[in-house]
Design a protein around this ligand. Structure first.
Ligand SMILES: [Zn+2]
Ligand SMILES: [Zn+2]
Ligand SMILES: [Zn+2]
Length: 460
């Protein structure tokens, strides 16, 4: 281990110093112009500390470095810093020595390259570390991992990256912070929940005073009951004299100004403020926001190497093996033949030119693209849908209890993935989809094998 003397920097107003050997800077720009230090102590205002932490974590030489900050009860500071500085020089020395030792054995001694490796290294250096999720109301996803955002910059989808690490068992949850709902079409969390007409889904509804005739049970608008200044049931023509005996006022009812429908409970629709998509509230994508730390597998991986197997482009999607998938599909086909139910849809998709594009992009941008693809596919399908792949660029989804309309919705959402393939590097990628809704579109005596072959033909 190296015993080079520790270089410590302090940033903040005033000359006060915790450590005799520290070099003092009054602002960050001056620090960034000199040879990198081993550790930095931030002693400015909360706002300045937050800003400097973000900037330092985005700067290659300070991304993983020990950065201390007094105001550690702040969520942003806590997510990006190593907490308050050790109280003595000797303790600081020990802290940094441990850091160096851990760095030396990370990934078999290779420096962390790429955002994934850097996130794991950051946690490894602080084992088990903490990866905190914070509210980010101006982002479409409502929450973000500030550390991942700083390390990765604008090109990385932090949520997708963290989910991917979780799916590979590299992270353990330490706390459930929130449960949010997202638009199925664009993934945005900016949703507005509105009461709408049960008949025509119009927004233009209003509460109406209504009466309930005890003689015949009719419920209607109060105005319908008014006749020549007295109350008369428009249905049974009974004169209503005494409230409580002849009639009463039921719960507030709604009247639709568009279709004139009259109803007790309005429907609730979740409307996306970003793309305009309308959903039933239970159709929304539910996501849990969690804090994480390195798992046992994560510790092992950090030490032994994290070369990700790029042979499996879609490893991040929960997949079943192709044979299991075909068995499942055959079983559904048998049920359909015997009972004409339950309906399902089979959807094939092929990403033409994905392999060559990934090779051209290189590992970092390639993984970012795959993460974005997986993210969008996950948003488009339901957790109960089954997924497999028959070749590297060809995926299959079995959508249970899905009819033509449901299939059209999923296909439309998937086709929107094409939005990702803009720009010179990505424009060669083409997404082809082919689907079949059972039982309507099945051919006679079609097995899983035959059905998938037929659709594969359409995928080109
Ligand atoms: Zn009546
Ligand atoms: Zn209506
Ligand atoms: Zn949307």
């Amino acid at each position: 281990m190296t015993d080079a003397p520790l270089r410590v920097a302090e940033i903040g107003p005033g000359p006060a110093s915790l450590y005799p050997q520290a070099t003092h800077f009054s602002d960050l720009a001056a620090l960034l112009h000199t040879t990198p230090f081993d550790a930095v102590v931030l002693r400015a205002s909360l706002e300045d500390n937050r800003r400097m932490l973000r900037e330092l974590r985005a700067t290659p030489s300070y991304r993983l470095a020990p950065l201390f900050c007094e105001t550690s009860d702040d969520a942003v500071v806590s997510a990006l810093s190593d907490g308050p500085a050790p109280s003595t020089s000797a303790q600081l020395q020990t802290h940094c020595q441990t850091w160096r030792e851990r760095m030396a054995v990370f990934n078999n001694g290779r420096p962390p390259e790429g955002i994934e490796a850097q996130v794991l290294a950051y946690l490894w250096l602080r084992t088990p570390g903490k990866l905190n999720v914070l509210r980010a109301v101006d982002s479409a996803q409502l929450y973000s991992y500030p550390l991942v955002d700083c390390l990765g910059g604008d090109t990385v989808n932090g949520q997708a990256l963290v989910r991917n690490l979780v799916q590979r068992n590299l992270l353990d949850s330490t706390a459930l912070v929130d449960r949010i709902r997202l638009c199925r079409r664009c993934g945005s969390g900016h949703l507005n929940y509105v009461d709408v007409c049960v008949e025509c889904t119009s927004l233009d509804i209003q509460r109406q005073a209504s009466l309930h005739c005890f003689t015949c049970g009719h419920i209607g608008r109060q105005t319908e009951f008014l006749k020549d200044g007295v109350l008369v049931c428009p249905n049974c023509v009974t004169r209503l004299r005494h409230i409580g005996t002849d009639y009463d006022r039921p719960l507030e009812n709604y009247n639709c100004n568009d279709c004139q429908a009259f109803f007790v409970d309005a429907d609730v629709e979740a409307r996306c403020l970003d793309c305009g998509e309308r959903h039933q509230p239970d159709e929304l994508q539910v996501r849990e926001m969690r804090d994480y730390q390195l798992s046992e597998t994560g510790l092992l991986t950090a030490r032994q190497g994290l070369e990700r197997n790029t042979d499996h482009y879609f490893g991040g999607l929960a997949m079943v093996g192709a044979n299991t998938f075909k068995t499942l599909l055959d079983w559904q086909l048998e049920l359909i033949e015997r009972h004409q139910a339950p309906s399902f849809a089979l959807l094939g998709m092929r990403f033409a030119n994905l392999g060559v594009t990934l090779a051209r992009l290189g590992p970092q941008r390639g993984h970012a693209l795959l993460d974005a693809l997986i993210e969008r596919i996950q948003v488009a399908i339901r957790d109960t849908d089954r997924c497999t792949r028959t070749s590297e660029d060809q995926l299959w989804v079995l959508l249970m209890y899905t009819d033509q309309a449901g299939m059209a919705r999923v296909t439309e959402r998937l086709n929107q993935i094409g939005e990702l393939f803009v720009g010179q590097d990505l424009q060669d990628i083409r997404l082809h989809t082919a689907g079949c809704v059972a039982p309507a579109e099945l051919l006679e005596k079609e097995s899983a094998e035959l059905l998938m072959a037929r659709l594969a033909g359409e995928l080109g």
